[in-house]
Design a protein around this ligand. Sequence first.
Ligand SMILES: CSCCC(=O)C(=O)COP(=O)(O)O
Ligand SMILES: [Zn+2]
Length: 223
Amino acid sequence: MKSSELGCLESGDLRISGELICKICQDLYNSGWVTGTGGGITIRSGDAIVIAPSGVQKERMQLEHLFVMSLKTREYLHKPLQALKPSQCTPLFLAAYTCRDAYACIHTHSQEAILLSEVFPNSDYFSASGFEVLRHIPRGSKRNGFYSVTDAVKIPFINNTAHESDLHDSLKAAILAYPEACAVIVRDHGIYCWGDTWQDTKMNTEAVEYLFQAYLRSRKIEY
Ligand SMILES: CSCCC(=O)C(=O)COP(=O)(O)O
Ligand SMILES: [Zn+2]
């Protein structure tokens, strides 16, 4: 790959963000959260956002597969030379950027999100209290502080749709309705989780998914 074919991904913060997207997707794959091309991540650099391509094995992506879009104009500043399409998650990622001024957003296809959808078939949100990991989950943004062990976190559910992009309106409504949530659960599909930096987004995702695992295992012990 000639470096000139990378366009604005060739150097600087955008290259760093692109390399992070490829590396973090390997981490997410190893956690079982982005298998079978599902899931993904976007990272912002100023007004530009770096987006993964659609329908590819996210754990095997390289810089030359990525897209760069202007958050302001929504025009693509760079597209890969290969015939790839931007992730179907792009409209959902944009909702996290515009509604929460996020600096990154992760979409997982975790099995725990699916199991919680079954445990709470009619609830508007998932709620849990009494777990130490709550201290690692921000109240929407770390600017608002973090939950305490005795607080009850609320993470909203939205119903899944036939196409990822059809989730946009319900995801945006849930983000706005639950200002103290840093994630939304898409029933029988996965989660969208965001943060004030890429590090916070990765940590928030790990904390939320850990909470789901601990909650589900604690219920299994009850039985
Ligand atoms: C087979 S996964 C269907 C799309 C989806 O839910 C997803 O998370 C990944 O979409 P992408 O366009 O990024 O492959
Ligand atoms: Zn998905």
